[in-house]
Design a protein around this ligand. Sequence first.
Ligand code: 483
Length: 312
Amino acid sequence: STGSVSASPESYDESYLIPVSIGGTTFHLDLDTGSSDLWVFSTQQPASQRSGHTAYKQTGTKKSGYTWNISYGDGSGAKGDVYVDKVVVGGVTATSQAVEAATSVSSSFTSDTDNDGLIGAAFSSINTVSPQQQLTFFDNVKNSLSQKLFAARLRYHTAGTYDYGYIDSSKYSGSIHYVPVNTANGFWEFTASGVSGSSIADTGTTLLYIPDSNVDAYYANVDSASYDSSQGGYTFDCDESLPDWTVTIGSGSITVPGEYINFAPVSGNTCFGGIQSSDGIGFNIFGDIFLKATYTVFDQTQSSPRLGFAQG
Ligand SMILES: C[C@H]1CC[C@H](NC(=O)Cn2ccnc2)CC1
């Protein structure tokens, strides 16, 4: 089988949401290659906590005694219990998918009423369900796909797609360059030349986080830029045109247009940069600011997983 689903950006491309059918009800979920839980708002939460969201009514079969509890790098989190239900994404069906129903979520999830939960697409080794880890949607369907892969084509301020089971050559230019993936930490982890340390491809993270030295070198070419500790990163005048950022990954290179690196206004005519420091995180994060310049293939067709990058 193959499938394709639209990925619609929230304001300022803060995240990209896809329609997912769970037990016949459509939820708008953040497809997150940086985590491995599929969780949704549910009627088990206080009504005030789920106001404005589509909530799961536990239509599936309960996995009694199973729980989950996840924390994200931005300090947000959620927890709850577990059901098994039919899940459909872009016409691709998992007949018995672990659906993690929330009993509580943190405030940033409650306030983002466009988002009804997450569908994790990292490796199942970091799924948080206890006492038995559960498989991601991709792991459940990959054997049924024409090719064991999915591909992300996120776009700047407009809807993109996630393709399942096939590569759409109309969505990129040049060729796809592949690099090996280290799965030891459960992420789509790879090495990018000219950027020290390990990097992860993370659709669930908004910005591009790279080492201080690379960040300082980039903003040295932006006259109005400075590090603003009150905002927690580099800011600049919203009217200043920004340089492109190019990185070599394997035998290919990807250029992020300067326009994409103006993330959003933070106050008045001051804007927050899409490139920020990864110091303190433990690895670099190639999030949406980078991914929206690419067609990225999350590939398990070989004996070892690999990532493919092409210019979008
Ligand atoms: C400093 C960085 C800040 C952003 C962090 N990303 C996430 O927390 C991704 N995510 C998934 C669900 N909600 C958010 C990564 C560290």
